[in-house]
Design a protein around this ligand. Structure first.
Ligand SMILES: C[S@@+](CC[C@H](N)C(=O)[O-])C[C@H]1O[C@@H](n2cnc3c(N)ncnc32)[C@H](O)[C@@H]1O
Length: 390
């Protein structure tokens, strides 16, 4: 026979726990005349069986039911389902922690977080030591932060050699310019890349132009192109971020942004750039949009990952109106605009692939082109010509 402290030591539980079990009717010692309780070997075994059932994740009352009568299958099945759900949750937690430590891919997590909390996600990336440019790239490309450097290096290896960094054509840009009813005097070209639009605006207007991009190499090439065409005196190049433009309000009568506003988010861009326009000034921007309310699941899934904030035209128009813009016109970029972008991109990929067979950046670009070829018509680039309201 054992006293309670001896029993506690034997089964590895505290005295308080045993007293609690006793109160719950899970243990019943025999009380001595001196008030002490004594427990038999049978009690020890009963407790051990109880602990075995506890190890299966059963609650005390479930254990009691199992000990006192025939085991109820439905109860065990319910418990098993709960345990499976808990294990799956823990596995997810483990995967996330391992990925944060660089032992796996964080891509799905970034995609989800960017959708749920885009600004907090960007701030957090910066707290992890990425500068704003890197953080925006991560966000913009929805890519993995542990693979970021290699991914960006491959990405730049592809794009450095290309002229256009997004769909667009001179004809589409000129059409947008034709809607501007005045001769612009000060133009801001945001996310200009190598400056197709900048060059066009410089040749088609007499305006002073500021061309902004945060990629110095692109601006350098634009500088050379402008010099060749003797346009450099009317264009100032600024290597700075579109999220924090160093201009005072009402500085420009035309803001131009082809395939770039999405990088910081269209709504944010509308809100932050609007004050830079003079009253009645124009904003021209292009954005990838859904052309149908019911895209194919594959196309939807792809763009949900690559551009989570992609919207229908109607939704964008509402946002533009809410941001204080009047719609002048909008139209889908021509197929020419896409082939001007994708044909050289395809050729460049074919050139680089043999030397970079396992590049994730290349694989992603190939997927994008294949998707475009199969599902084009469900989505497209839309040019929006907007006027700042009074
Ligand atoms: C898809 S490309 C479009 C370039 C150009 N408008 C064209 O159509 O060829 C996006 C451009 O935005 C630039 N960019 C990315 N993040 C930026 C930022 N935070 N501020 C300014 N430019 C940025 C990139 O360097 C790139 O040139």
């Amino acid at each position: 026979m054992y006293q309670i402290s001896e029993l506690a030591e034997k089964v590895g539980l505290s005295r308080t726990t045993l007293l609690y079990y006793e109160k719950q009717g899970l243990l019943a010692g025999t009380r001595q005349s001196n008030g002490y309780r004594l427990y038999s070997e049978k009690d020890v075994q009963h407790l051990r069986l109880l602990l075995q059932l506890r190890a299966g994740g059963l609650t005390l009352s479930e254990c009691k039911a199992c000990l006192n009568s025939k085991v109820e299958r439905s109860l065990l099945e319910r418990r098993l389902q709960q345990l499976d759900a808990e294990i799956a949750q823990k596995q997810q937690a483990r995967t996330l922690l391992a990925a944060l430590l660089g032992e796996g891919s964080l891509r799905p997590w970034h995609q989800m977080t960017d959708k749920l909390a885009p600004e907090a996600h960007l701030d957090w990336l910066q707290r992890q030591g990425f500068n704003e440019k890197q953080a925006l790239h991560l966000k913009w490309l929805s890519k993995d932060m542990n693979e970021h450097d290699q991914y960006m290096a491959d990405f730049m290896a592809v794009f450095q050699a290309l002229e256009r960094w997004g769909p667009g054509s001179d004809a589409d840009s000129l059409k947008a310019l034709s809607y501007v009813p005045f001769a612009p005097e000060k133009i801001l070209d945001i996310g200009c890349g190598k400056g197709f639009s900048t060059t066009l605006l410089a040749t088609q207007t007499q305006a002073q132009i500021v061309a902004v991009d945060n990629e110095q190499s692109a601006l350098d090439q634009l500088g050379e192109r402008l010099a060749q065409q003797q346009l450099e005196r009317r264009v100032t190049l600024a290597c700075t971020s579109m999220t924090d433009l160093p201009f005072t309000s009402s500085s420009f009568d035309l803001i131009w942004s082809e395939c770039s506003a999405y990088i910081m988010g269209i709504e944010q861009a509308l809100e932050q750039w609007q004050p830079l326009l003079t009253s009645g000034g124009y904003l021209v921007l292009s954005d990838l949009v859904w052309l149908t309310e019911m895209p194919s699941p594959i196309a939807r899934e792809f763009w949900q990952q690559e551009y989570p904030d992609m919207q229908t035209i109607a939704k964008r128009l509402t946002q533009m109106q809410q941001a204080g813009f009047e719609l002048i016109d909008h139209y889908s970029l021509s197929e020419q605009a896409w082939s001007d972008y994708y044909q050289p991109l395809k050729a460049r990929i074919a050139e680089l692939k043999p030397s970079m067979p396992s590049s994730m950046a290349i694989a992603d670009l190939e997927r994008e082109i294949a998707l475009y070829e199969q599902y084009f018509g469900e989505f497209g680039y839309q040019m929006f010509v907007l006027k700042k309201g009074a």
